[in-house]
Write a protein that binds this ligand. Structure first.
Ligand code: GDP
Length: 279
């Protein structure tokens, strides 16, 4: 990503002209850091002494990261329920499957619920993943009631020795309130039986500032506990993770970097920040 190495090299190289500053600011904005954040970094860099610039900028950026827990919730006494939410096309269903695969790799017993009943393909997609990962899938009928799938899934999870229940939900945005009502209903139905521990919002990194706006909308209506940033492989614009954490206060918990199950990992914030400074 090396977002900042060019900036530092230029500044250390001696006199920085107004045109240079403009170019640097443009490159930060193009990295999806956002206009306001980029302007702040430029102002900070202009104030700093050349030899202190790297540490001043890195200290400022570290403060933009979310202070909320980044680890996935876990419980030893009961099932840990994770709801996956987001707009269609962001990679919600794929991320649900990838998360299940990640948990299976950690030797957890997992149940997957296909509550995106609006999209028949999403049910098929998850059933195929379930077979591949050897994980049971609770699925309703296409066009069925997603809350009833969620109810069946939490009932089954509670009766068995399942440690994690991962629930994929629908993300159609035909009306925002319709979607949020449906999510609210799923949450209430599950919580009658067992707490929902995580609501992970899936955001497509390639949608840049739109993705950030989407995250703010969701977080205003549902108690989102963290983000899954997908398609980081398709975005050379490394600033998005920093910008989205600063704008929403939510931690990125996982990143997706491709279409296969292995292309998924917990977000390593210190390594990410270090990457922005690498030459
Ligand atoms: P949903 O509508 O949000 O459930 O989206 P899907 O899970 O069906 O994903 C939409 C498309 O994005 C599919 O073609 C996925 O393979 C692709 N996809 C999901 N995550 C990633 C990722 O991290 N990187 C890439 N390159 N593609 C992804």
């Amino acid at each position: 990503m090396a977002l900042f190495s060019k900036l530092f090299a230029k500044i250390r190289g001696g006199s920085t002209s107004p045109a240079d500053w403009d170019e640097i600011e443009r490159s930060l904005i193009e990295s999806d850091l956002g206009a306001k954040n980029s302007a702040e970094i430029i102002a900070l860099a202009k104030r700093a002494k050349a030899e202190d610039i790297e540490s001043s900028v890195s200290v400022a950026l570290a403060q933009w990261l979310s202070v909320q827990p980044r680890d996935l919730a876990s419980n030893s006494e009961r099932v840990t329920t994770v709801l996956i939410v987001g707009v269609n096309g962001t990679g919600k269903t794929t991320s649900s499957a990838k998360l299940v695969s990640y948990l299976v790799d950690q030797r957890k017993r997992v149940l997957l619920a296909a509550a995106d009943t609006f999209r028949a393909a999403a049910i098929d997609q998850l059933q195929t993943w379930g077979e591949r990962l050897n994980v049971p899938v609770v699925a309703g009928k296409a066009e069925g009631d997603p809350a009833s799938v969620a109810f069946d899934a939490i009932t089954q999870a509670n009766k068995s020795s399942v440690e994690y229940l991962v629930v994929d939900t629908a993300g159609r945005l035909h009306t925002k309130s319709g979607l949020m009502d449906e999510l609210g209903k799923i949450l209430r139905v599950i919580e009658k039986i067992s707490p929902v521990d995580e609501v992970l919002l899936v955001v497509d990194a390639t949608t840049g500032q739109n993705g950030i706006a989407q995250a703010k909308l969701f977080a205003a209506s549902v108690a989102v506990t963290g983000l899954i940033l997908t398609k980081m492989d398709g975005s050379a614009k490394g600033g998005i993770a920093l910008a989205i954490e600063r704008e929403t206060g939510l931690p990125v918990k996982f990143v997706g970097t491709g279409e296969s199950a292995a292309d998924f990992a917990p977000f390593d914030a210190p390594a990410y920040l270090a990457g922005l400074f690498r030459a």
